[in-house]
Design a protein around this ligand. Sequence first.
Ligand SMILES: O=P(O)(O)OC[C@H]1O[C@@H](O)[C@H](O)[C@@H](O)[C@@H]1O
Length: 285
Amino acid sequence: MPTTHLPDVAGLLHLRNTHGDNAAISLYGAQLLSWKTADECEHLYCTPMPSVKPGASIRGGVPVCFPQFSGRGTLPKHGLVRNLVWHVDGDIVSGDDQDVACVRLVATDTDGTRALWPHSFLLQLQVELGAGWVSVALNATNTGDAAFDFTAALHTYLATPDVRQASIEHLEGTRVLDTTIANGSEAVHGKAPLHISDETDNIYFAAPAALALQQDARPFLQLEQQGFTDSVIWNPGPAKAAQLGDMPAEDWTRMLCIEAAQIEHPVRLSPQATWRGVQRLTRAA
Ligand SMILES: O=P(O)(O)OC[C@H]1O[C@@H](O)[C@H](O)[C@@H](O)[C@@H]1O
C-alpha cells in the first residue's frame, strides 16, 4: 500500500484483510490516517504538508478530540489526546486470511494532561477493517476517584473528489448551529441535502444515527454513529484553508469533515465507569 505520503511522527501501523481493504493508523494521536477499499480508492483525506511544530496534530484521517470538543471550554482546542503517543493493546489482527482486521490502541493521562486537566483516564481506540467498511470505537474510562465531565469527537476527514459536487443527506429536521456566525442561533435543517460551496462549520444536535454522502449525485459513503449524540460538518472553504498553514489552500475541495461528536450534553463519567462512542464508514455499493 503506498503510504509513504502519510506523516510518520511516532510509527504507523498497517491493517489489511482478505477482501483487499487496507488501513494505516498513526500511533501519534491514534489517528486512522488511511482507509483504502479493495478498488484502491482512498476514502480519508490527509494533508501532504503536516505541521512540524511540537505538539501539533496531524490534519487528516480521524483525529480523536477528548476531553473537549473544539474551543468550547478552557482547554486547548480539541482537547489533549490528538498529540499523545498511544500504544498498541493486545494483538494486531491483520492479513490476507482475516475477514475483519483490527487493532486497539490505548492512552492514559500524563503529567502534561494532568497539568491542564486534573483527571485520570484510560482511552481505548479500536479500529476494525471489514469488507468495504471501517469502524472507529472510542472507549473512555474514568480511572480516578472523582467524576469528570467531557465532550469528544471523532473528527473524520473524508476524501472527496470535489466537495462542491458533494451533498450530505438525512439531516432534515435536525437542530443545527452555524458556528461561522458569531452569536448565531440554532435553526432546523430543511428538506434539502447540505451542499458545500464555502466555509461550513455546523453542529447538528441530536443528529441522525446514519448520514449519507453523495458525490456527483451518486451514493458515495454511508456514515453511522453510536454513543455520540451530535455530528459536526466542517470545511474551511477557500479563504480559511489558505490561512491554515498545514494544508494546501486548494485542498478545501478535496476534503470534508463529518464528525461523530458529543457536544451539547457533556458526558459525566463516574469513577471506573466507561463511555463508548463509535463511527462506522461504509463505501456505497
Ligand atoms: O484546526 P483544528 O484545530 O484541527 O480544527 C479544525 C475545525 O474542527 C472542527 O471540528 C471545528 O468545528 C472547527 O471550528 C475547527 O476549525
